[in-house]
Design a protein around this ligand. Structure first.
Ligand SMILES: Cc1cc2nc3c(=O)[nH]c(=O)nc-3n(C[C@H](O)[C@H](O)[C@H](O)COP(=O)(O)O)c2cc1C
Length: 275
């Protein structure tokens, strides 16, 4: 095996398959420290609503997290997103009014015994966050026929969601909290932000430095819903089909113990093992 650089590996045809595999995974794998940082970002990311500080976000940081969003994957490399950055208190007030209306309507949709609990959940930080951003999807960005979007038209919106997730993770790494607010009438939001025909609002987010990040999702801590056991969601060969062999069983057992550890101790550097 000859390793030219981090991205280019030439397999030596004389080396065994096992040697080749080992060397390839070593060549492309991040260092333990970098992998730990990545998983830490993923597991410590939270949806933030109530802990925003007023501290402003430096341009350099905002530029980085927006760049992370822009380098997300997208169907046919459409890059269908725009980012409407909102700082104006007046605009935030207007969005907050849209939220209040939708939130009241939403409360009525829940069964009576959950309605009061729902009303008391804090589900946005629109006014408290120094910056709000609306991420959109321009369905016409790459013309009418797009590589990869031919049979599933929603792929463009999914691409914008990938941008949101990149932004969310980059924000966490920067120490910024991000909260996604989806309890908004999309047509009213479009009108307010002057979003043109053919472009849909995908996410309205609140962004800012925070006083703390909770260890667990607030909806989990409030007893609204538990974290589901991953092992019950991993199927084999067909949807809903359980493990049919030893290797499947072993994977599920490993998943269960990893999750048990995460839920009881929180993310620990040992989550990233040497193998
Ligand atoms: C598509 C989407 C929409 C969401 N909308 C809202 C929302 O309107 N209000 C809110 O408080 N949280 C919203 N959330 C955040 C979820 O409630 C949160 O991700 C979930 O409870 C898990 O918590 P965590 O993100 O802290 O891990 C949304 C999340 C996603 C992915």
């Amino acid at each position: 095996m000859e390793i030219l650089n981090n991205n280019t590996v030439i397999a030596d045809i004389n080396s065994s398959a096992a040697d080749r595999q080992g060397a390839v995974s070593e060549a492309f794998r991040f260092s333990d420290g970098d992998r730990r940082a990545l998983y830490q970002t993923i597991f410590s990311r939270r949806d933030v609503r109530g802990q925003f500080l007023q501290d402003s976000i430096p341009e350099s940081v905002l530029s980085r997290v927006l760049m992370a969003a822009h380098y997300a994957p997208s169907v046919g490399f459409m890059q269908p997103w725009n980012f409407v950055v909102i700082k104006s208190g007046e605009t935030k007030q207007q969005v907050r009014r849209l939220f209040d209306k939708a939130h009241n309507e939403a409360a009525e949709m829940f069964p009576a015994d959950k309605r009061e609990v729902y009303r008391n959940l804090k589900l946005e930080g629109i006014l408290e966050a120094p910056i709000n951003i609306c991420i959109t999807c321009d369905k016409q960005r790459a013309g009418p026929v797009v590589v990869g979007r031919t049979h599933i038209p929603e792929m463009d919106v999914y691409s914008s969601v990938c941008a949101v997730q990149n932004l969310w993770l980059a924000a966490r790494a920067e120490g910024l909290g991000l909260g996604w607010v989806s309890i908004l009438d999309p047509l009213s939001l479009k009108e307010l932000l002057e979003i043109p025909e053919g472009v849909v609002p995908v996410a309205y987010i609140c962004l800012g430095y925070v006083s703390r990040f909770f260890d667990k999702p607030e909806l989990q801590s409030a007893g609204w819903r538990p974290r589901l056991p991953l092992a019950e969601l991993v199927n084999f060969e067909r949807y809903g089909r359980p493990a049919g062999d030893d290797s499947g069983e072993k994977l599920l057992a490993r998943i269960s113990s990893d999750q048990q550890e995460l839920e009881t101790k929180g993310y620990q550097p040992g989550f990233v093992s040497a193998e």
